[in-house]
Design a protein around this ligand. Structure first.
Ligand SMILES: [Zn+2]
Length: 404
């Protein structure tokens, strides 16, 4: 539209010059430059009619120019009116808006912004803003950089899978500390030596405080938590002696394959104020509270009754494992044991694929993805400006948890 007012006058002027050039020059030469005597040499030539024609042509030309000028002015005027009208409705901003839209869609999420924007370009004010707001809710808008992780790192972190197939490496960055001196008074201890990773213990303290607040009881007891290789060997051999190997294996993992080595697992029992000891599975109210609430504090009941064929461990309602809040939340909500969760991340939520988005009951959100190990070292993509944690899975890769 903007080109028409400029192009048309040029075309018209050229057209007129071409058409008018020849007759004007032919007429002017005899009239202005040839002497009057020469006119009489033409037989039958009447000097007056050409003079009249000349004046008529001049008049026509003048009239034509006036008409053209009027047309040009009208077109310019119409163009100005259209331009002003577009400015008033905001449509004049469309070209730059769609440019930004294409730019963000390349960086962020082609499927989300591409199709929606293409259908509704005219409705600029609402549709051009949606691709800019969507990436903020899906953390895919994050800028990523790489950190180098080693083979040893793959065996560290809060999501390591330690089971009958995956031994523990005993190479850890965790700070193992005794409950004694670091717990709150909402629960009890078997002795002063029971220990756990300090961060997992912080969450255990919060969980026990919530239990006491809800039930009015404080007689849950930490019976066993962190175990060294030697302690596991001792426990295992004692069980084998007492119950036989088959029975022992269903409850006590082979030394090196126990979650208790990690400093992330707790076995609970009951010890009442009256000095009465009770096994955890003999109770109903305590296990029910933990089953319903432990995930809010990052803990899962590790060996569920309906997952024994996967875990290869009998149902243990007293054994809890810290994995972290979003992971525990997702596993409980979707009835997945740790083996199934690790498998789901590996198969469906790689960095290049669709990340797992988790929002808990309180509105906190996380974005999670899996990065396979590349061998001795792995370049793990992590968000440059967002809070995150990395954990090995103790099998074949790394799990990145971004805070939303
Ligand atoms: Zn246990």
């Amino acid at each position: 539209m903007n080109n028409n007012p400029n192009n048309r006058p040029r075309q018209n002027q050229q057209y007129n010059q071409q058409n008018g050039q020849r007759p004007v020059q032919q007429n002017r030469q005899p009239v202005q430059r040839q002497p009057m005597q020469q006119r009489t040499n033409y037989n039958g030539y009447n000097p007056y009619p050409p003079v009249k024609h000349k004046s008529r042509r001049k008049a026509y030309r003048a009239a034509g120019l006036v008409v053209l000028s009027v047309i040009i002015l009208v077109m310019l005027f119409v163009s100005v009116i259209i331009f002003a009208a577009r400015c008033a409705t905001g449509q004049i901003g469309d070209p730059s808006d769609t440019g930004e839209k294409n730019g963000t869609s390349d960086l962020v999420n082609d499927s989300a912004s591409g199709s929606a924007g293409g259908d509704t370009i005219i409705e600029a004010p609402t549709t051009t803003r949606s691709p800019e707001t969507e990436p903020e809710t899906t953390a895919l808008a994050a800028t990523f950089e790489y950190v180098t992780k080693t083979e040893a790192d793959m065996h560290k972190g809060y999501l390591i899978l330690v089971n009958y197939q995956n031994a523990y490496s005993f190479d850890t960055d965790f700070k193992i500390q005794t409950f004694y001196g670091n717990r709150n008074k909402s629960y009890k201890l078997r002795d002063t030596l029971v220990s756990l990773d300090s961060y997992a213990m912080d969450w255990c303290n919060q969980m026990m405080a919530a239990f006491e607040a809800d039930t009015g009881k404080h007689d849950i007891l930490v019976n066993s938590a962190y175990r060294t290789m030697e302690e596991q060997e001792s426990i295992y051999s004692a069980r084998v002696s007492a119950y036989g190997e088959e029975y022992a294996k269903s409850y006590v993992q082979l030394p090196g394959y126990s979650e208790h080595h990690t400093g992330l697992a707790i076995d609970f029992t009951i010890y009442t104020d009256a000095g009465e000891s009770k096994t955890f599975d003999a109770m109903t109210d305590y296990p029910q509270w933990l089953t319903a609430n432990a995930h809010r504090f990052g803990y899962i009941q590790r060996y569920a009754s309906d997952k024994t064929d996967i875990t290869k461990v009998a149902y243990e309602n007293w054994h809890y494992r810290y994995v972290g809040k979003p992971h525990a939340y997702y596993m409980v909500q979707n009835n997945l044991c740790l083996e199934e969760y690790i498998e789901k991340l590996r198969g469906h939520h790689t960095f290049d694929g669709e990340h797992l988005l988790i929002t808990d009951d309180e509105g906190a959100s996380w974005e999670i993805y899996f990065v396979p190990s590349a061998g001795e070292t792995t370049q793990v993509p992590v968000p440059k400006y967002q809070e995150y944690t990395i954990s090995g899975n103790n099998v074949d890769g790394f799990i990145v948890t971004m805070k939303g």
